[in-house]
Design a protein around this ligand. Structure first.
Ligand SMILES: Nc1ncnc2c1ncn2[C@@H]1O[C@H](COP(=O)(O)OP(=O)(O)O)[C@@H](O)[C@H]1O
Ligand SMILES: [Mg+2]
Length: 389
């Protein structure tokens, strides 16, 4: 804490070692990293995204594929499933080294147990946000502006979680209470006191979520506007949600909470008919506009959307680096380089180098990363092996 007071901006976080056992297509892997950015090249299906996914599991939540612990267990070619998996990483922040272990243990009866340790002591994966913040860009996000609102909200909430790790916990509590409320309403003749309790749960988690979203989006927007004009266009971002609007207009947290609870109670009959909650923070959307063209992002070209998205992620990374008392972010950019022309690629690497910290990038060809020069460490991924190249 004394250190934090002296250094509101904490030193950059980097991985210096990553070890995997029976994780996806990796029977056994030991990777030593020298602290520079990390470029992974290899053929399709060689295991690049699996490696990024392993890193992404070092943050609260389900990683970049939204996987459960059980999905990560290695299956061999004849479909045999390994008994659990393990991931161990050394995380360096300034002069401090921390060791994180995550594992799924499966006993002889097939019962599985999730394990998370920090420096040998039990911890919760949800608490790893105090150690590092991780944000990512994957090819699956290419349609995020034009796709359904739910995808955009998940994208938004992932960015928000990097600012406020507890956002994910609130989100899970909100979703759980909402599912229980939906089930009760569906059954009919629900106990009103029980419904009240669930709606209060949704209201208190939802108000916190609205607050987090407004703060993070405001911080991201400031960071976007502070960016120099360059290879990646600036976005105007805005939350489309009545409770976030309330927060932005200065309403107190308790008033937002009350408002959510009141609206849920009043909409019970309608929600029975609709089969879902028609009010709440699960209806919020993120509006994105290409600033220079005043064009909604979903109407921009595919290439423009990708460039906007990269700009957003870089701006959020910058915002996270500047966030007081918080660990600096790690960036995972899966297949981001391949679709950029060589000037934009070089601009991306220059920006990453200027940001500092550690970014992980993937691509099929080693030459994609040439413009990184000696600012990155390169590895070839092939058939479950990863070799410096
Ligand atoms: N649980 C698993 N066990 C073994 N192999 C897996 C598992 N999950 C995915 N794979 C395989 O890992 C391989 C590499 O996937 P991926 O990392 O996505 O490749 P890429 O290098 O193209 O990003 C794929 O062939 C996929 O079928
Ligand atoms: Mg991949």
């Amino acid at each position: 804490m004394i250190d934090a007071v002296l250094h509101p901006h904490r030193p950059h976080v980097r991985l210096t070692r990553l070890a995997l056992e029976n994780f996806r297509n990796y029977p056994m892997l030991q990777l030593r990293l020298d602290g520079r950015h990390v470029c992974l090249h290899g053929a399709n299906g060689s295991g690049k995204t699996n490696l990024m996914e392993a890193v992404s599991m070092l943050s609260p939540g389900r990683g970049l594929r939204g996987a459960e612990f059980g999905d990560l267990v290695r299956r061999d070619a004849d479909g045999a499933v390994a008994k659990g998996w393990a991931l161990s990483a050394d995380v360096r922040e300034g002069d401090f080294d921390r060791r994180v272990t995550l594992a799924l243990d499966v006993d002889d009866q097939g019962r599985s147990k999730r394990i998370a340790r920090l420096d040998g002591a039990n911890t919760a994966q949800a608490d790893l946000g105090e150690l590092m913040r991780i944000i990512w860009l994957t090819p699956a996000m290419d349609r995020v502006f034009a796709g359904p609102a739910g995808d955009r909200r998940r994208f938004l909430d992932r960015q928000v979680m990097a600012h406020f790790p507890s956002h994910g916990t609130f989100g899970a509590a909100y979703d759980k209470a909402m599912r229980q409320r939906n089930a009760l309403l569906e059954r009919g003749r629900a106990d009103p006191a029980w419904l009240d309790a669930l709606e209060l749960g949704m209201a208190s988690a939802g108000a916190a979520m609205a607050l987090h979203r407004v703060d993070a989006v405001r911080t991201m927007q400031e960071s976007i506007l502070a960016r120099p004009e360059g290879a990646f266009p600036k976005a105007l971002i805005d939350l489309d949600g009545q409770f976030e609007t309330g927060v932005a207009n200065g309403a107190a947290l308790t008033d937002i909470e009350q408002d959510i609870a009141d609206q849920l109670r009043e909409s019970r009959a309608r929600d029975v008919a609709a089969g879902r909650a028609t009010r709440g923070v699960h209806r919020t959307d993120l509006r994105v506009i290409h600033a220079a063209k005043s064009m909604p992002a979903d109407q921009c070209s595919t290439g423009e959307q990708k460039a906007l998205l990269i700009g957003l992620i870089l701006a959020n990374a910058q915002a996270l680096f500047e966030r007081d008392f918080a660990p600096s972010p790690l960036l995972l950019l899966d297949e981001a380089a391949a679709h950029l022309d060589s000037d934009r690629r070089a601009a991306l690497y220059d920006e990453l180098a200027a940001l500092g910290g550690q970014a992980w990038l993937t691509g099929t060809d080693r030459s994609l990363f040439d413009a990184f020069g000696d600012r990155a460490q390169r590895f070839e991924v092939s058939g479950g092996a990863v070799l410096e190249s």
